[in-house]
Design a protein around this ligand. Structure first.
Ligand code: NAP
Ligand code: MG
Length: 495
């Protein structure tokens, strides 16, 4: 493969190590694993396979870095500058990070650089600002049984949680690393980060940036490895909090594993998000937005709008336009600027998506467009829209995690709302209408952590993100993520 970035070439040509206590190390067992280029299926790099022993060493380092107090008691403005510097370095190395992300994940190098890395850098800036704005409150207590003459001074302190285990997926590796690290660092925690086995590389390059920015040894540790490393982290008794993004299935395992020491848990899990197009919508905008809603990142996004409900009056026109637009998307590698749908991340993910193609067809659904693998090398599939579905089909109920949507007609608003909410998930929802009252009324009734009106995938670092129902626990981003990484202490003084 042709690599443009000198830094990426150097990174890939040097032995790849993980970061524990400020040292770049091999796994304690000496074991490694391979990560692949999804455009070709070829081996991209060999990476240390960290296991429970490495996790333990990383947790020990994070504990020491937390307990020695140097990091947690760093002046807020100094921490702010340090976190801001991470963002500046990410901007400086954006082309390198973007190219490495594209090579490891398969996504478009242009989008990885202009969107993923840019949003990630800006996430660090957003939380850099929070370092100097963390406050408690002063409270006047009633103190029912105390002498009325006795005065009290009462206040709350917002303190870091401690050692945080952070387990991230492969769909937005650098962005998910930023969503996890930035608020945890801003609030004075120390961290063990476990990237996904499919995409471990950009987190390690980010580790170099953290060092260059001056993050002290042990404050951020990065252990590459498989699910057993994630399990060791979420089950570790010296970890105070675990934050996870990934499948609902593994999210439940994390909850079980956290029981031993009742560590705090936040989860950002799967979705099967509805996207409702009302008859009064701006149709071309709704077609373009709905297309983007299920094909962005080749559909490998937990919030993808994969159940598209369309009012019967516009159903024929809309479905024709969506089919044409879907068929018009170019499928190609991440280094092709024209490619709108890039390869899926892995053979496993290719098998999963093509299995759903087969299941959908066998159950009686019809692929209006797409429905097949593309070529026989690399992990490519056609962007696909299924029609003639029934609510019980697996393609309607389960998260496919590929560029696949189902198109379903509806008659009344009530029917659309009920169908949209007929899911075990509740991550995101979209709706398209020019009627302001309908927009607000429907938004209030959708059971989802975020509702997008006349837009989709509309993220901002200041807006909380997370799920209802089995889409997770807690909210990342915005002020809400500060709550995930802090705990409150009440101090009450008899004066
Ligand atoms: P996954 O297993 O949930 O992986 C997410 C992260 O959890 C990875 O870092 C993974 O490590 C780690 N992990 C795996 N088993 C673990 C365990 N027992 N304890 C702690 N951590 C563990 O997701 P996947 O297998 O890659 O993908 C399967 C499906 O999950 C996808 O098809 C998609 O539907 C969904 N998914 C959702 C999101 C999201 O953003 N919500 C992201 C990715 C996938 P390894 O990489 O080493 O397994
Ligand atoms: Mg898995």
């Amino acid at each position: 493969m042709a690599i443009n970035s000198a830094r990426v070439k150097e990174f890939l040509n040097s032995p790849i190590r993980m970061l524990i206590d400020g040292e770049w190390v091999e796994s304690r067992s000496g074991e490694t694993f391979e990560t692949h280029d999804p455009a070709t299926g070829e081996v991209l790099a060999t990476v240390p396979k960290g296991n429970a022993e490495d996790i333990d060493a990383a947790v020990t380092a994070a504990r020491r870095a937390f307990d020695d107090g140097a990091w947690t008691s760093m002046r807020p403005n100094v921490r702010q500058q340090l976190i801001w510097k991470i963002a500046d370095l990410m901007d400086e190395y954006a082309a390198d990070l973007g190219e490495l992300e594209s090579l490891d994940n398969g996504k478009s190098v242009g989008i990885a650089t202009a969107v993923d890395v840019r949003y990630a850098a800006e996430c660090f800036r957003y939380y850099a600002g929070w370092t100097t704005k963390l406050t408690g409150s002063t409270i006047t207590p009633s103190m029912l049984i105390a002498d009325p003459a006795q005065e009290y001074h009462s206040y709350t302190r917002r303190e870091p949680v401690g050692v945080c285990g952070q387990i991230i997926p492969w769909n937005f590796p650098i962005l998910m690393a930023a969503w996890k690290l930035a608020p945890a660092l801003a609030t004075g925690n120390t961290i063990v980060l476990k990237p996904a086995e499919q995409t471990p590389l950009s987190a390690l390059l980010l580790g170099q940036i953290l060092e260059e920015a001056g993050v002290p040894a042990g404050v951020v540790n990065i252990v590459t490895g498989f699910g057993d490393a994630g399990a060791a982290l979420s089950g570790h008794d010296d970890v105070d909090k675990v934050a996870f993004t990934g499948s609902t299935e593994v999210g439940k395992l994390i909850v079980d594993a956290a029981q031993g020491n009742l560590k705090k848990v936040s989860l950002e899990l799967g979705g099967k998000s509805p996207n409702i197009v009302f008859a009064d919508a701006d149709i071309p905008a709704a077609v373009a937005g709905s297309l983007m809603g299920f094909t962005f990142n080749s559909g490998q996004a937990c919030e993808s709008g994969t159940r598209i409900f369309v009012h019967e009056d516009i159903y024929d026109a809309f479905s024709q336009a969506l089919a044409d637009a879907t068929a018009g998307l170019k499928v190609g590698p991440g280094n092709d600027p024209e490619a709108a749908v890039t390869p899926l991340v892995s053979q496993e993910q290719l098998d999963r998506v093509t299995r759903y193609f087969d299941e959908g067809k066998a159950a009686g659904a019809r692929a209006l467009v797409g429905g097949s693998r593309v070529g026989d090398s690399g992990f490519y599939v056609e962007p696909t829209v299924f029609v003639d579905t029934t609510p019980d089909m697996s393609i309607v109920r389960e998260e496919i995690f590929g560029p696949v949507a189902v198109l379903i007609p509806f008659t009344t608003d009530e029917e659309a709302i009920a169908a949209a909410n007929d899911t075990e998930y509740g991550l995101a929802a979209g709706l398209w209408t020019k009627d302001l009252s309908r927009a607000h009324k429907v938004a209030a009734r959708l059971q989802a952590g975020q509702v997008w009106i006349n837009t989709f995938h509309a993220f901002d670092n200041a807006l909380p993100f997370g799920g209802y129902h089995q889409s997770g626990w807690g909210r990342e981003l915005g002020a809400d993520a500060i709550d995930l990484y802090t705990q409150i202490k009440a101090v009450n003084i008899a004066l």
